[in-house]
Design a binder for this molecule. Structure first.
Ligand SMILES: [Zn+2]
Length: 242
């Protein structure tokens, strides 16, 4: 083999090797990227960025690379906020846990981060807001709990209790006839007391896992809540802020 041919052979072999090496490297990179993508989409148990198993699934950040993680829980608002799954929650604890979570997710903390991290934190934060606003309101909390237990309240849910429905009609009529502000305030207190009594019954039913009764009370709560909304509207009209 002539020297020129030998040199040419070395050059082409090297070239082939380099091309192969580059391709191989980018293939490895692609595989790693797709693995990350798959783990991010389908496996909340591992970090989407570094692929490490997440030891504490409630933790917002990966313990290894400190990158923000997708929420492990998206359906159960209690678990999302690390609260016991029950109706009678400590609202102070709810508020504290909500604030603590949101402080980690504040957009200011992600201004210098990647688009992906910004997007995860924004989605996480809006989910936490949604969870908070649902758990904060007793009626919504009860409905969420019912849904989690597999007993969703339909839109057109009514109660097969003519006596109760008659009572609600009368209360609404009574409200129509109130013009005195002090009387309106008294009516409001009465309604709030009634809502508290119903809330206690709902809690008892959930504790006994009596979903049928819980549902009936949740429907009653819906009626009293809408009466409450009417009262609040009238109070605001008269300049009283609840
Ligand atoms: Zn990580």
């Amino acid at each position: 083999m002539s020297l020129v041919k030998q040199i040419l052979k070395i050059v082409t072999t090297n070239h082939k090797y380099n091309t192969y090496h580059t391709l191989n490297k980018s293939h490895t990179k692609l595989t790693r990227l797709s693995q990350n993508y798959i783990s991010q989409r389908f496996n909340p148990n591992v970090c989407w960025k570094c692929g490490l198993e997440r030891k504490n699934l409630l933790s917002v950040f990966c313990s290894e690379c400190y990158v923000i993680q997708n929420p492990q829980e998206t359906e159960n608002y209690f678990r999302l906020l690390n609260l016991d799954e029950k109706f009678d929650i400590d609202t102070k604890e709810l508020r504290n846990k909500y604030r603590a979570l949101q402080s980690h997710l504040h957009p200011d903390k992600f201004t210098n981060k990647s688009k992906e991290e910004q997007s995860i934190s924004a989605n996480y934060s809006s989910l936490v807001n949604k969870a908070y606003s649902n758990l904060q309101v007793p009626l919504k909390r009860a409905e969420h709990l019912l849904q989690l237990k597999g007993d969703k309240l339909g839109e057109e849910q009514t109660l097969d209790d003519p006596e109760f429905l008659m009572e609600m009609m009368e209360l609404n009529e009574e409200l129509d006839n109130i013009s005195d502000i002090e009387e309106l305030k008294k009516f409001n207190i009465k309604n709030k007391n009634q809502l508290e009594i119903i809330a206690k019954s709902i809690d008892e039913c959930f504790r006994k896992n009596d979903l049928k009764q819980a549902k009936a009370f949740v429907i009653k709560m819906k009626y009293y809540s809408s009466l409450g909304n009417r009262i609040n509207g009238l109070l605001r009209e008269k300049g009283v802020v609840d």
